[in-house]
Design a protein around this ligand. Structure first.
Ligand code: NAD
Ligand code: MG
Length: 394
């Protein structure tokens, strides 16, 4: 029986993963090792009971008594805190879903790779923060990373049986997010609620705002570079409002392979769960005649400064990705709490990069986890200062 763990089980990707596991037979078909969540202990406990998990872990230590109570008599072990989540990644599981949001997903993912597991990677932040370390760890331990981000799953599928050396370009599609059709001068006043109204995808709050600002796509450009080992120049972004083509790969003979499907994360998650096979998945089938048209347009860099910043980050290499991601996380926190505006997020990230890049020894892809966590911490401190200064100017 295949064993699985889900990190970030109570989130949007985690719920979709749980849904697929249940549909595939649940506890009768899989041995569930670890399930982790943040603070939603009621939901975490319910999932752990249904799948008869070995252990359930919540990130917030103050929630441990509630988790213990919710799982009393179930035989499911309980634990709490970041260290307990990382320890849960040491437990043997054949297939591990990495669906924690933010850089908090890095350490559990690395720990799973060190044991040679197959890591289904939704947590793009870990590749942006520590791409070379993550990929090297996978190689050193014979572990496999399967992309779950829909674009990267699409690219991975388009590359099946192909030689990466024959790839000319990779084209990431972007919906443009909730504010895509707003006049550019109105963006500075966009509220959290407005930025959360994503036209096509239902996702966690943070990635939905990142879609509106295109920070999500900026992270995905870096993720593409790290995962597929292509050059930054080979990675392009195109706005495709319908979110039907999930990405495209262009080869040196001029052919382009596109991956199409309904916008439903259960496709890329299910692909990673069944890989290298394909199995039926409960996703809507496309009716191309009804769709009739698919449209595309070039992104405007003035509207999406994140797409310009990710190019600077890739040129700087080294720890720049860790700085970029951490600064973005702080800027997003400050937008969510109302202290800075929508367009200020890019300003905070740009300020942080400008202050830290000269200071950190960069241009090396040899990095330790300590280097990365140090850069992440410093970037959070600097970004918080930049956000406070920005809030004071408003
Ligand atoms: P979410 O916010 O819905 O869920 C995040 C999960 O992580 C929850 O279980 C939450 O409790 C947990 N969590 C949050 N902070 C934590 C912390 N500090 N320590 C431990 N656990 C913590 O997020 P999501 O939308 O499911 O996204 C998860 C990851 O997948 C992100 O990296 C995101 O970029 C990526 N992703 C999501 C989608 C999507 O459709 N939602 C698509 C592609 C990629
Ligand atoms: Mg994506």
């Amino acid at each position: 029986m295949r064993s699985i763990s889900i990190f970030g089980a109570t989130g949007s990707v985690g719920e979709s993963t749980y849904d697929l596991i249940c549909r595939a037979g649940g506890a009768a078909a899989f041995r569930t090792v670890a399930l982790t969540g943040g603070r939603n202990v009621a939901r975490l406990a319910e999932m752990a009971r249904v799948l008869r998990a070995d252990i359930a872990v919540c990130a917030d230590e103050t929630c441990l008594p509630a988790l213990r109570e919710a799982l009393a008599g179930s035989g499911v072990e309980v634990a709490a805190g970041d260290a307990a989540i990382a320890d849960a990644a040491d437990r043997p599981a054949d297939w591990v879903m990495s669906a924690i949001v933010g850089a908090a997903g890095l350490v559990p993912g690395l720990r799973a790779l060190r044991h040679g597991r197959t890591l289904a990677l939704a947590n793009k932040e870990s590749l942006v923060t520590a791409g070379p370390l993550l990929m090297q760890t996978a190689r050193d331990h014979g572990a496999r990373i399967l992309p779950v981000d829909s674009e990267h799953s699409a690219i991975f599928q388009a590359l099946a049986g192909e030689d990466i050396g024959a790839v000319e370009r990779i084209i990431l599609t972007a919906s443009g997010g909730a504010l895509r059709d707003w006049p550019i001068e109105a963006l500075a006043r966009a509220t959290v609620k407005e930025a959360l109204a994503h036209p096509n995808w239902s996702m966690g709050q943070r990635i939905t705002i990142d879609s509106a600002s295109m920070f999500n796509k900026a992270l995905e450009v870096i993720e593409t570079r790290e995962f597929f080992g292509v050059t930054p120049e080979q990675v392009e972004v195109i706005i495709h409002p319908e979110s039907i083509i999930h990405s495209l790969v262009g080869f040196q003979d001029g052919a382009i392979m596109a991956h199409l499907g309904a916008p439903d994360m259960r496709h890329p998650i299910g692909y990673a769960l069944n890989w290298p096979d394909r199995a039926p998945l409960p996703v809507a089938r496309l009716d191309l005649a009804q769709l009739a048209t698919l449209s595309f347009r070039a992104p405007d860099l003035a509207r999406y400064p994140a797409l310009r910043l990710c190019r600077e980050v890739m040129a700087a290499r080294g720890l720049a990705g860790a700085v970029f991601n951490a600064a973005k996380e702080i800027a997003l926190d400050r937008f969510l709490d109302g202290s800075i505006g929508f367009m200020d997020m890019a300003g905070v990230v740009e300020d942080t990069l400008a202050r830290l890049l000269p200071e950190l020894g960069l241009e090396t892809d040899v990095m330790t986890l300590e280097d990365i966590l140090g850069a992440d911490h410093l970037a959070r401190v600097r970004a918080a200062e930049a956000a406070t200064a920005c809030a004071a100017r408003r």
